[in-house]
Design a protein around this ligand. Structure first.
Ligand SMILES: [Cu+2]
Length: 314
């Protein structure tokens, strides 16, 4: 779960996933810095040890529902055990209380989060990715202990809460070593800036084909649902209910971030600290799309923006 700021908590707090070929290629051979993560059921299959430096997470969603991956650099001495003992149950209890309308009790429960929780650094990772698709995000990783987490919900339970270790397992610890990956920083074909004042701003008109999108976090904000600004890509196939989509993106709503998703998600980049740049790769077909952040009021904040990809020149 992402960064939290109680002072900002002012608000009390559910289509088809049609696989097609606008996923980045998953048939490329092993390349330096590429880490494959597979979602099966409500579990992650991912490596335990990887090199440092520019790291591309290639996320293959073989599960029937939508997921994302948040990359979290943990404070020294804390890993998945501490997360499962001291963080995951607090968020699940808090959510249950919010859904029951007991906001004060929820706030009180969130107050049980350990002090080290605020030292977790959120370093991007592939955005929401529909069933049957592959998405890809690239970020720079220093040596240390990390978690991969998905806190999308099914039946009111966060995928990273893991009440039943044989069913829920969407939190995975891995070590980033001193050995460099040797991978170069990606070269972007599309640029996005994200900020509190400007929302999501894209430069130019993306063309059909494989695009590498650079996301520059001008600043970072703790939104009303505690999460930071991020960017996810939605394929718009019919006139969308933007307000319903906006509401679904907010985990603190009863049906928010809960499977099934009301739209087709093609990846994106989860939150990063101010000043950082991360990348994601997507194959765009001509048609309509939207960028959206998993925050309340995304339309008003400029963090839900539609765009069109024209037919190519040839
Ligand atoms: Cu998930």
């Amino acid at each position: 779960m992402k960064r939290i700021g109680f002072a900002t908590f002012v608000t009390a707090l559910a289509v088809a996933c049609v696989p097609s070929d606008n996923s980045p290629s998953s048939s490329e051979p092993d390349t330096p810095g590429v880490v494959t993560v597979v979602a099966r059921g409500l579990m992650f299959d991912a490596p335990d040890v990887i090199p440092s430096g520019w790291t591309t997470f290639r996320f293959r969603n073989e599960s029937p529902v939508v997921h994302f991956i948040v990359v979290e650099k943990m404070p020294a001495g804390h890993g998945v055990e501490a997360h499962q003992a001291e963080v995951a149950p607090v968020f699940q209890d808090g959510l249950n209380l919010l859904v029951a309308g007991q906001v004060d009790s929820a706030l009180q429960r969130f107050g049980d989060l350990p002090a080290w929780f605020s030292e977790i650094v959120f370093l991007g990772g592939p955005g929401l990715t529909a069933s049957g698709r592959t998405s890809q995000a690239t970020v720079y990783l220093e040596p240390g202990t990390y978690l991969l987490e998905c806190y999308v919900k099914t039946d009111g339970v966060f995928h990273s809460f893991n009440p039943d270790p044989d069913t829920y397992g969407m939190v995975h610890q891995f070590t980033v070593t001193e050995e460099p990956s040797g991978a170069a920083e990606p070269s972007a074909t599309v640029r996005i800036e994200i900020s509190a004042a400007g929302g999501i701003v894209m430069e130019g008109t993306p063309q059909p084909g494989k695009q590498t999108v650079a996301v520059h976090f001008i600043d970072q904000t703790v939104h009303e649902n505690f999460v930071g600004s991020d960017v996810h890509l939605v394929r718009v196939t019919q006139e969308p209910d933007l307000e319903a989509l906006e509401r679904w993106m907010d985990w603190s709503q009863p049906g928010g971030l809960q499977t099934p998703a009301p739209a087709i998600f093609l990846g994106g980049l989860n939150e990063m600290p101010a000043g950082r740049t991360g990348y994601f790769t997507v194959v765009l077909e001509p048609g309509d799309y939207a960028w959206i952040s998993e925050v309340p009021g995304s339309l008003e904040k400029g963090m839900l923006k539609r765009f069109h990809v024209p037919e190519g020149d040839d």
